[in-house]
Write a protein that binds this ligand. Structure first.
Ligand SMILES: *Cc1c(COP(=O)(O)O)cnc(C)c1O
Length: 383
């Protein structure tokens, strides 16, 4: 068998950025049995499989409660509501994130206040947080971007001193650790997404919020399902943010494999780091004390778009997370920010390139990517 060939048959790429069919094939008997049990059981929304997954996820994160939702965005929205964030409040977060982080803040009527990222790990620059605080600041939403946690202790210290709520956007960081503590377990509430491309993905949409706080958990549980305390008695104005039973069953199976997948991702990242050393791509950095889970393997490259085109020619699929920081998105112009406000985020948006990385990847595929990132001999001779 050609090690470099994607065997799914569905992808035109020599190296796709992710191969969800390969993951399904590796678990087919377990997944098919779990899905069949849901279908035969006749409970298709929430129910015992979702409850079991919530218990397993809470244990995995090292917290007491997990509330499963229909997306990571819903989990963020419920977290902000449960924490009492609302109109007139300001919420500190980063502009270099997926837009959902910011949208959730707007859903509750609060105002997102951006703080730039630091250049090495692409996460919130904690040293810039205090300058952004005002008497209206209510919460901080750090984003554990790409699968690496921010340095939480200094941030939690600022939050304690100013009595601020911390909601971790761990939507890319399932299983990531900061000094041995799991992503999502360090702030007041942590939010996960199980969108298929995340490092723990459902067969559709899904999300969860985790917390040690029983009141927050209870509020989120109520709000997730129309604020319904008992049948047709609505004690809160809620939403339909419930998780499907099939997603709970699939995620319950997949969670048991997450640690092995993370180990594989970290092995591939180490192989990349070695092979990229003689290319212009700067490999992602690991913060001392943190365990990066490489949901996204983003390198930095000057001339990113030139390299991206070259990789495409070599049939290597790449992504850009993210090409436009939220403060420069057309839809968010009314936040009042301008180009130049967050130079570190803006530079990252110009230079990051996400290379293929998934647990089932072969060393041969990683070698193909690294080869395509070599400076051509002709160009070297010209220089
Ligand atoms: C994916 C993601 C979300 C949103 O999750 P959905 O499940 O797609 O709603 C929020 N924040 C970050 C950082 C994400 O990567």
């Amino acid at each position: 068998m050609n090690m470099n060939k994607n065997t799914s048959g569905a992808s035109p790429w020599l190296v796709p950025s992710i191969d969800l069919q390969a993951q399904y094939r590796s678990l087919k008997p377990e997944i098919d049995a779990a899905v069949a049990r849901v279908i035969e059981g006749g409970v298709y929304v929430l129910g015992p499989f979702v409850e079991q997954f919530e218990a397993d996820l809470a244990r995995y994160c090292g917290v007491r409660h997990a509330v499963a939702t229909n997306s990571g965005t819903s989990a963020l929205h419920l977290s902000l509501l449960a924490a009492g964030v609302g109109a007139g409040d300001e919420v500190i977060t980063v502009p270099f994130t997926f837009v959902a982080t910011v949208s959730a803040v707007l859903y509750v009527g609060a105002r997102p206040v951006f703080v730039d990222i630091e250049p090495d790990y692409h996460c919130l620059d904690v040293t810039k947080v205090e300058a952004a605080l005002t008497p209206r600041t209510r919460a901080i939403v750090p984003v554990h971007l790409y699968g690496q946690t921010i340095d939480m202790e200094p941030l939690l210290e600022i939050a304690r001193r100013h009595r601020l709520v911390v909601i971790e956007d761990a939507c890319q960081a399932h299983g990531a650790e900061d000094r041995g503590r799991r992503a999502g377990s360090m702030g007041d509430i942590g939010c996960f997404s199980f969108y298929p491309a995340k490092n723990l993905g459902a067969f559709g949409e899904g999300g969860a919020a985790v917390t040690d706080n029983p009141q927050c958990a209870e509020t989120m549980r109520l709000l997730r399902s129309w604020g319904e305390k008992t049948r047709y008695e609505h004690t809160l104005k809620g939403f339909n943010y419930r998780m499907d039973a099939i997603q709970g069953a699939v995620l319950g199976v997949k969670l048991r494999h997450l640690n092995a997948w993370t180990d594989a991702r970290r092995r591939h990242a180490a192989t990349y780091r070695r092979l990229l050393a003689d290319t212009p791509a700067r490999a992602p950095m690991e913060r001392p004390g943190s365990r990066h889970v490489y949901t996204v393997y983003a390198v930095r490259l000057a001339q990113r778009d030139v390299w991206r085109a070259r990789l495409r020619e070599a049939q290597i699929e790449t992504g850009v997370h993210y090409p436009i920081p939220v403060h420069l998105q057309p839809a968010y112009r009314d936040l009042g920010y301008a180009e130049g406000d967050f130079p570190v985020s803006e530079a990252a948006a110009r230079e990051v390139l996400s290379l293929p990385l998934f647990p089932e990847m072969t060393d041969g595929q990683i070698e193909e990517v690294a080869r395509a990132l070599q400076i051509p001999v002709a160009a070297k001779a010209d220089a």
